[in-house]
Design a protein around this ligand. Structure first.
Ligand SMILES: *Cc1c(COP(=O)(O)O)cnc(C)c1O
Length: 389
C-alpha cells in the first residue's frame, strides 16, 4: 500500500466536489436541478480576445517554454491597466508577477512567506484557498470574523498583539467572495498601517474588482500611498473577461513579495502559455465595453434575485459588487438546512454560508453566473417555495 502525506489528510474535499455530488444525486432521481452554487461565468470570452489568441496559437514562436516572469509586453499591459484604472504606477520589472490564474499564486504565496508555526490572518468567511495554502505550508490560519455588524470587514483592533507578531500574511478580498461586501479605501489605509506596525504582508485578492453595481467603483489597496512596501494585490482575467478556463492572472505590488513568489514559482512551474498572454494583452489593451455590458448583466440578475427575497422579508442589502448575493437564512434554519430545503423544494442549488467559515453560518450564497432563463426559472421556483412556507 502507498502512503500519502499527513498534510493532505486534513484537507477538506474541495468545496464544490461535495456540491457536485448532491446535484448528481438529484439529477439521477430525475430532477431538473438548477445550480446557483458555483461562481463560474456563463458568458463566452469576448470575440476580440479569442481572435488574438487564435492568431497567437498559429505563431510557432508561442509553442516553446514561456519566460518565468511573463512576456515583457504582458507585464507592460498590466502596468498600463493599473495606471489607467487606479492611477497607480507599477514598475513592470519589479512590481508585477504574471500567474497561471490567481489561484495558484494565492496558494503558493504561503510557500514563500510561511514557516511551520507561523500565523496567517484569513477572513471568516472566505474563499477556501487562503487557509488551504497556509495549511500546506505548515502555517496556522487565524480567522478574522467578518460579520454584518461591521459591514463584513475584519476588526483589526480586535486582533491580539501576540498573534500579530507571529503573523506573516493578512488576506483580504473585496468585493468579497462569499459576502459580496466592498471595502472603502479608508479600510485599506488602516490595513496598511497594521501591516507596517507588525511587519507582515497584506495580500488583497481583487478578483471581482471590475464587477460592481449602481456606479460603485472598487478601490485598489495600492492606491494607499506607500502601500507597495507591505501589500500585494491579486487579480485575473477570469471574472472580468469571462476567462476562467484560460488560466491567467497576476500579483502586483511589494517588490520583495514579487521576487519571493517568483523564486518559488520558477522552481515549480513554467509560466503561462504565450498565446494566452497575447489574449491577456488583447483583454487589457482592447475596448472595455464588454466589461460595461457584463456589469449590466450581473446587475440585472442581482436585482431579480434580490427582489424575490426582499418580497418575503429577508433582511439584507443588495450587494454593490461581486457575482454573489449573500443572504441571511430565515429564522429556524441553519445554512445547511435552508440549502437543503431549496434543493428539495425547488431543485435549486445554493452554497451554505457555513462552508466558507464559522462566521458564514446563518447565510447562503447565491451565484449570479447562471444564464438568464435558468436564473429566472430558479427565482420563480424559490418564490413558490417561500410562498408555501
Ligand atoms: C474566482 C476567484 C479567484 C480567481 O481565480 P483564478 O485562479 O484567477 O481563476 C480568486 N479569488 C476569488 C475569491 C475568486 O472567487
Amino acid at each position: 500500500m502507498v502512503r500519502t502525506a499527513r498534510r493532505i489528510e486534513t484537507l477538506p474535499p474541495y468545496l464544490f466536489a461535495e456540491m457536485d455530488r448532491k446535484i448528481a444525486e438529484r439529477r439521477a432521481a430525475g430532477a431538473d436541478v438548477i445550480s446557483l452554487g458555483i461562481g463560474d461565468p456563463d458568458q463566452p470570452t469576448p470575440r476580440h480576445i479569442v481572435d488574438a489568441a487564435t492568431e497567437a496559437i498559429a505563431d510557432a514562436s508561442t509553442h516553446r517554454y514561456p519566460s518565468y516572469s511573463g512576456m515583457p509586453a504582458f507585464r507592460d499591459s498590466i502596468a498600463g491597466w493599473y495606471l489607467q484604472r487606479y492611477g497607480v504606477e507599477l514598475d513592470p520589472g519589479a512590481n508585477i508577477l504574471p500567474l497561471i490564474g490567481s489561484k495558484e499564486g494565492i496558494a503558493n504565496l504561503a510557500k514563500a512567506f510561511v514557516d511551520p508555526g507561523d500565523c496567517v490572518f484569513v477572513p471568516d468567511p472566505a474563499y477556501p484557498v487562503y487557509e488551504i495554502g497556509t495549511h500546506l505550508a505548515g502555517g496556522l490560519a487565524y480567522p478574522m470574523p467578518c460579520v454584518a455588524d461591521n459591514e463584513f470587514l475584519p476588526l483589526l483592533d480586535a486582533i491580539p498583539i501576540d498573534v500579530a507578531e507571529r503573523a506573516k500574511i493578512m488576506w483580504l478580498n473585496y468585493p468579497s467572495n462569499p459576502t459580496s461586501a466592498v471595502a472603502p479605501l479608508e479600510f485599506f489605509v488602516s490595513a496598511v498601517d497594521f501591516a507596517r506596525a507588525h511587519d507582515l504582508l497584506i495580500a488583497h485578492d481583487a478578483a471581482y474588482s471590475e464587477i460592481s453595481f449602481d456606479g460603485y467603483v472598487s478601490p485598489s489597496i495600492l492606491q494607499v500611498p506607500g502601500a507597495d512596501d507591505v501589500a500585494v494585490e491579486f487579480n485575473s482575467l477570469s471574472k472580468t473577461y469571462n476567462m476562467t478556463g484560460w488560466r491567467v492572472g497576476w500579483m502586483v505590488g511589494c517588490a520583495q513579495a514579487v521576487e519571493a513568489l517568483g523564486r518559488v514559482k520558477t522552481n515549480i512551474d513554467s509560466g503561462i502559455f504565450n498565446a494566452v498572454q497575447h489574449a491577456g494583452m488583447a483583454a487589457l489593451n482592447g475596448p472595455q465595453d464588454c466589461v460595461v455590458e457584463l456589469r449590466k448583466l450581473y446587475e440585472s440578475r442581482r436585482d431579480r434575485v434580490c427582489e424575490v427575497f426582499e418580497n418575503y422579508g429577508f433582511d439584507f442589502a443588495r450587494p454593490k459588487g461581486g457575482v454573489f448575493v449573500w443572504l441571511p437564512v430565515p429564522e429556524g434554519y441553519s445554512s445547511e438546512s435552508f440549502t437543503e430545503r431549496l434543493l428539495m423544494d425547488a431543485d435549486v442549488v445554493v452554497s451554505p454560508g457555513s462552508a466558507y467559515g464559522p462566521s458564514g453560518e446563518g447565510y447562503i450564497r447565491i451565484s449570479l453566473t447562471t444564464p438568464d432563463d435558468r436564473l429566472d426559472e430558479a427565482v420563480a421556483r424559490i418564490g413558490k417555495s417561500l410562498a408555501s412556507a
